[in-house]
Design a protein around this ligand. Sequence first.
Ligand SMILES: [Fe+2]
Length: 253
Amino acid sequence: MQDLLREMHQWMHDYMRSFYTDDEEVQKGIVLKEEHTGYVTSISKELAGHLGLSLEDRQLAEIIGLFHDVGRFRQFSVYRTFNDAKSEDHAALGLQVLEELPFLKEMPKASADIVRFAILWHNKKEIQGAKSRRQLFFAKLIRDADKLDIYRVLRPFLTAPTDEGISRDFVTKFRNGEQVDYTKIRTQEDRKLVRLMWVYDINFAWTLKKVAERGYVADIIKELPKDKDVEEGVRRLLAYVEKKCAQPDVAEL
Ligand SMILES: [Fe+2]
């Protein structure tokens, strides 16, 4: 696997750079995704190490991290947007790109299927239809690694004050710790709440501790509108974070 992994890294490196352009706006988007790929790959490796996975499984986590957003590059070059709703699902697009390459065929079938499954479900609201514990486990791992780095990317946008107001039904759901419908996001303030509520969807205490330690949660909370229901939601959320962080992580393989 070590040689294959090296080839994958080399290919991904060259592939991402093949999208470099003189168009400043496009270049910014490509570099953003290149950096995100690098961070998510290392976070995946680190999390896999923390969970005590075997060398093979740590490498599997690394491969998924490396390729999880491979579809972003074709998406941007074809549609000039990273918005899935305005183009197509970048996870499914990523699988198309991967199927054109020899890598998945060179892996054991069960491992290749785990890569496919984890990538396809890395960006969905929830994971559905896993055919094995391993598929589900690696999907959870990449979702955590991805979220941790997206908090880094989004921090400047989620902490800027706005006067756009917040949707009442979002606040009610936040207070009650219930899921919200992403498609109903209306304002930047709604977006802050939605990202904050990602906390409830983080799978491992390791990830949540990093999210908290890096101040991502506190920074968003600071910028939320002053409101009794928002404060109630924040209390619930912080209590949840404390409880979850105190639980030991187990690799359910
Ligand atoms: Fe993604």
